[in-house]
Design a protein around this ligand. Sequence first.
Ligand code: SF4
Ligand code: SF4
Length: 372
Amino acid sequence: MVDARSRSSDESLVRKLVRLMDRAGLPGMVGKGDRVAVKTHMGAPLTTRYLRPFYVRTVVEYLRSLGAEPTVVETTGLGLLDPRGTAEKYLKIAVSHGFTEETVDAEILIMDGERGLDCVKIDVDGFRLKEVSVPRRLMDFDFMVGLAHFKGHEITGFGGAIKNYGAGCVCKETKYYIHFENKPTVDEALCDGCGECVDACPTGAITLRGGKAKVDWNLCYGCKACQSVCPRKALKSTRHRDPKEVQLRVVDAAYAVLKTLGFDKVFSLNFLIEVDWRCDCEHRQRGWSDLPIVPDIGILASMDPVAIDKASIDLVNKAPAIPGSQAYEVGAVEPGSDKFRLIYPDIDWEFMLKASEKMGLGSQEYKLVKVS
Ligand code: SF4
Ligand code: SF4
């Protein structure tokens, strides 16, 4: 890790990031001509605490100095009609947050295509998922560097490397199953056969029979467009009530992503900077960011997504809470208090790490090496 304290230009966090990648052995893993996916999240409307484009550019330039061919990659959000639902809409948000091909010095590729349909199924023997829908273009890459803005999360307790892959690198269908028990079902008592969902569905999965909508789950890819347009709220899906159900599916999906690229082909960077207690995404089109819960800590690097997330949690918990922040308000004031558990008392963040270990994603054991 490198810490966030800088006393001179040589200690700029950007320069330290380069030294961190050096020390963590990235030059030995990436070679001339390797196509490298640089995965990050580019923020959502009304959010302010996302990773700055300059960190992404630094990684891009570093990879290019090694002879590699970097591409900045992302996937569309869950709901097709949501602000990040298509490639075009997401790229507009990216521009508004300072992410352009000029600022990051590389192509920005939304890997699952304009409407999130360019995907392939990967078999997994997961806790809950037996197949995971991943972007077809993910297979174009030889290696991936994941840049995660580390923070709390309303469903999984925290978001870091595991979530960057398990939710951030998968297609809408898997994102749907991460959040919901089943694809949309029609409440026939509410449906008046207006047909708006039929027109909105990109895959022709909905037909009208007997004046009522019918959904063919084999054709449905979980884009939620029908649910967004239905004027009578007749299309239903049930959210997982237990956060553990979501955590297990994120772990299954992360496993599929790492399996696709190769477990020794994914290098993780966690940025413990402006650590919000909430996720960077839009939360049903009502995005916002709050005060960070702790002072900036620094950047971590690892080939193990479980170890880096455990170390990140420990570092945040060891830090003092920022007065006035959510952590402070819930009483996680003293260094050492478990901020994630106090902020989200109904979520067991450790459960996701233990499940990741069981799945073979990595180990919670780590040794922190400080790089200056
Ligand atoms: S949009 Fe709603 S009310 Fe209209 S046909 Fe579809 S499910 Fe029925
Ligand atoms: S039925 Fe069609 S519109 Fe509705 S979620 Fe499935 S693919 Fe999307």
